[in-house]
Design a protein around this ligand. Structure first.
Ligand SMILES: [Zn+2]
Length: 101
């Protein structure tokens, strides 16, 4: 079995890894407009897998914004919620948003 010293080193290493995972998952989630608390929790429970989940999740839409895609070039972008026209950030095409068409 592990000696007392080994067990201490091991638990220290494990807690360091989980703190890193919690912080990393939280930061990644925040940058993607996802709940940082949720992904920090996933980092706590699943460790590196929680970080991986934050990396793989598709970016969310910020509060008060809506996701639209340009009818000309299909670029996805976020515009203020309720706004019906927007200028594409990629091709500068002015689009009239008609929902999910
Ligand atoms: Zn466009």
């Amino acid at each position: 079995m592990f000696s007392e010293h080994m067990r201490m080193v091991l638990s220290m290493a494990l807690s360091t890894v989980s703190v890193v995972c919690i912080v990393a998952a939280g930061i990644i989630a925040l940058r993607k407009n996802r709940s940082e608390n949720l992904f920090a929790l996933l980092g706590l429970i699943f460790g590196p897998l929680g970080v991986l989940a934050a990396v793989l999740v598709s970016p969310g839409v910020p509060k008060g914004m809506q996701a639209v895609s340009c009818p000309r070039c299909n670029a996805k972008q976020n515009i203020p919620a309720g706004q019906t026209t927007f200028e594409c950030c990629q091709c500068k095409h002015v689009a009239h948003d008609e929902g999910d068409t």
